[in-house]
Design a protein around this ligand. Structure first.
Ligand SMILES: *Cc1c(COP(=O)(O)O)cnc(C)c1O
Length: 355
């Protein structure tokens, strides 16, 4: 039976990317050795790193003055590296869920944190509005896509202070105006690669403004200077990231990724809104096009486990909602097909008929 991968992360990748990565693990570029057993400084691997950086710059139309890094540690290490490198006295954070909270927790180790606004009062089911960015902070931090709650900020705010964004789960899903950010980072395992690599897009002249000593490995300048090769980078995940970026380009770039994301989301949200059994958990204007969250209406709550089993039987993988929301979450990253979304909708319709 065909399986449709709605996992939240690690998550679906284009089949071509998986095949190319698997092939490189067996025999890299026809050199008779695996990608896993050669030096990251070899003439065979260096072009992979160089091309990955160039490809990210091309896809996101990144202006001069920015560097693209591929590091270890995950987005979670960035939660600490950001304040280490940028927070002198005070930083502003928009609190839109679990990942924002984790970022805030780390920042508090380095200085004062101003929570500009929060949607905690309604279990993060909306994106707060009507707030202003304080001008006396070192930077303003946002999480553009809230993977767990299914809310998303799909615009690039104008910020009077350097803006920093965790884009772990929506990078490469729309064009972004990179010039509005001092830094954009994320774990690659949601929309770009397998787990193990973290992307960081960073404005070089935004660095060097804090007075503290920064440990070598946690200082972005180390990695900029060494082109992400200060220590051994996660070579296979970087290779896989490059394959995905090539795939995105071949499909028509991030504009096309956005068109598909909107189309997929419409298919699934329309059904959530139409189907008598289900209801969306997020305010309509804040709905993520990457992670689509829904639950059973109160009067059908007892059917939740049945629907999970039914959907699983039909080949839907990973549609169980995160424990802090419950219900269901269909993660529809770049590689998810329209056909996958239609299969999920067919499954929801069929289940409705049975009840
Ligand atoms: C998954 C996720 C993270 C955590 O990423 P790791 O690479 O596992 O540390 C952080 N932020 C967001 C928005 C995520 O979706």
């Amino acid at each position: 039976m065909k399986k449709y991968n709605f996992n939240a992360g690690p998550s679906i990748l284009p089949r071509e990317v998986i095949e190319a990565t698997a092939a490189a693990c067996l025999d890299f570029n026809g050199i008779g050795l695996s990608l896993m057993e050669i030096s990251h400084r070899s003439k065979d691997f260096q072009p992979v790193m160089d091309e990955a950086e160039a490809m990210m710059k091309e896809l996101l139309d990144i202006p001069e003055g920015y560097k693209v890094l591929f590091l270890g540690g995950g987005a979670s290490l960035e939660f600490c590296m950001i304040p280490y490198n940028f927070l002198e006295k005070k930083a502003a954070y928009l609190n839109t869920g679990v990942w924002s909270k984790k970022a805030i927790k780390e920042a508090k180790l380095f200085g004062e944190v101003v929570e500009v606004a929060s949607s905690a009062d309604k279990n993060f089911t909306y994106i707060p509005k009507g707030w202003t960015i304080p001008t006396d902070c070192d930077y303003f931090h946002i999480t553009t896509n809230n993977t767990i709650y299914g809310t998303e900020i799909r615009e690039d705010f104008d910020s009077p202070i350097p803006m920093i964004a965790d884009m772990s789960s929506d990078i490469l899903s729309r064009p972004i105006d990179v010039s509005k950010y001092a830094c954009i980072y994320g774990g690659a395992q949601k929309n770009i690669s397998m787990a193990g690599v973290t992307f960081v897009i960073i404005k070089e002249d935004a660095l060097g403004k804090v007075s503290r000593q920064i440990p070598t490995m946690l200082d972005y300048r180390t990695h900029i200077e060494k082109g992400s090769m200060f220590n051994t980078p996660p070579v296979v995940p970087v290779y896989s990231a490059l394959q995905t970026m090539k795939w995105v380009k071949a499909q028509g770039g991030v504009k096309e990724m956005e068109r598909r994301a909107l189309q997929r989301a419409k298919i699934v949200y329309d059904e959530i809104d139409r189907n008598k059994l289900f209801v969306g958990t997020v305010e309509p204007d804040a709905r993520s096009v990457m992670n689509l969250c829904f639950v059973m209406k109160d009067e059908y709550k007892e059917l939740e486990a049945d629907f999970m089993a039914f959907a699983t039987e039909k080949g839907m993988v990973g549609v169980k909602g995160h424990r802090s929301v419950g219900g269901f979450r269909a993660s529809c990253y770049n590689a998810m097909s329209i056909e996958g979304c239609e299969a999920l909708v067919a499954c929801m319709k069929e289940f409705e008929k049975l009840h």
